[in-house]
Design a binder for this molecule. Structure first.
Ligand code: DGY
Length: 318
């Protein structure tokens, strides 16, 4: 059996594939594979491990309908035309659960980095601008005891909420399509309308999937409903906020700051104005990039691949 991997997975995954006599071909270039190259690469393969934002479109699926399984190296599957895959009987696997803690760590890190202008201050040292002790440099704000708003209280949102309660005794409010009563009981989170979430959050952290409903959800009009001293955090998908509107909201001090691990497009252009702003911290989509999480993801991927190749139900199917 043959598998094409459109990027890198943790060594433990490669080892397990080898132990199962699966021959692996990997995309090794330091750029995203193009749709045409992906079709070509999958021509004589039995399965695909899709790493990164490859678009698994109807066109790709029709051209590669011989694939027995596609295993995503992600929990998110907004890049996949799932109905088309179902129609063609190609099971799609993802990696839920194992990356919640690491992704929530990234949201927490961004919240603190923004609130204390950490990335901006770091850049000042690099530029040789640390000349003297400054008691009042560009001052940060504290999050202790403030209100955390979660947009999308699933596994990752819950982890973020727990960290913020434990570390800073923050009150948690959330908005979902439907209530998460288990989480309400577990951490005392309060369900609010979307409008209330905007009006009351000191830190608003996005943990929802990118869907037609959440695409471009955070526009200038929405930012205008947030507190002027609020911090916007997005570790979910860049398509959920409108980047031009976010830049405007920050420039016009409609909101106080923003921390992003996801941008639109990705990669972000190095001349993007967000990168020069004091109250902004941007990371290159490293939300779940830890040794432990990548290893756990690779092991789930192999389970999905092995099941798919045998024609069995995937243990983690979207
Ligand atoms: C995920 O798992 O969805 C991460 O964002 C990596 O793409």
């Amino acid at each position: 059996m043959k598998v094409f991997i459109s990027g890198n997975i943790a060594p433990v995954g490669l080892k397990e594939l080898e132990e199962n006599n699966i021959s692996v071909t990997q995309w090794k270039e330091n750029r995203q594979i193009t749709p045409e190259e992906l079709i070509e690469a999958c021509k004589d393969q039995d399965a695909l491990i899709s790493v990164g934002p490859n678009k698994i479109t109807t066109e790709f699926l029709k051209a590669c309908s011989h694939l027995k399984v596609i295993a995503l190296h992600s929990v998110g599957y907004d890049n996949v035309d799932v109905p088309a895959a179902k129609a063609l009987n190609i099971p799609i696997g993802n990696t839920p659960g194992v990356l919640s803690a690491a992704t929530a760590d990234t949201a927490f890190l961004l919240m603190l980095a923004v609130s204390r202008k950490a990335f901006y201050s770091h850049k000042k040292i690099i530029k040789g601008e640390w000349k003297n002790y400054e008691p009042s440099p560009e001052l940060g704000i504290e999050v202790n005891g403030k209100t955390l708003g979660i947009f999308g209280l699933g596994k990752i949102g819950l982890e973020m909420a727990k960290k913020c309660i434990g570390a800073y005794n923050m009150s948690v409010i959330y908005h979902n399509r439907s209530r998460n009563e288990e989480a309400e009981k577990e951490i005392g989170a309060r369900y609010v309308s979307f409008e209330e979430l905007l009006a009351q959050s000191d830190v608003l952290s996005i943990h929802t999937a990118l869907t037609p409903e959440t695409k471009d959800k955070f526009t200038l009009d929405v930012f205008k409903q947030m507190k002027p001293n609020s911090i916007f955090i997005n570790t979910a998908r860049g398509g959920i906020h409108n980047e031009k509107d976010l830049i405007k909201a920050l420039e016009e001090k409609i909101i106080w700051g923003a921390g992003l691990d996801v941008t639109n497009p990705e990669p972000m252009d190095k001349d993007n104005p967000l990168l020069l702003m004091e109250n902004v911290a941007v990371l290159p989509h490293i939300g779940s990039a830890t040794e432990e999480t990548r290893a756990a993801m690779a092991q789930i991927i192999v389970k999905n691949i092995l099941a798919g190749l045998k024609g069995e139900k995937l243990p983690f199917e979207v």
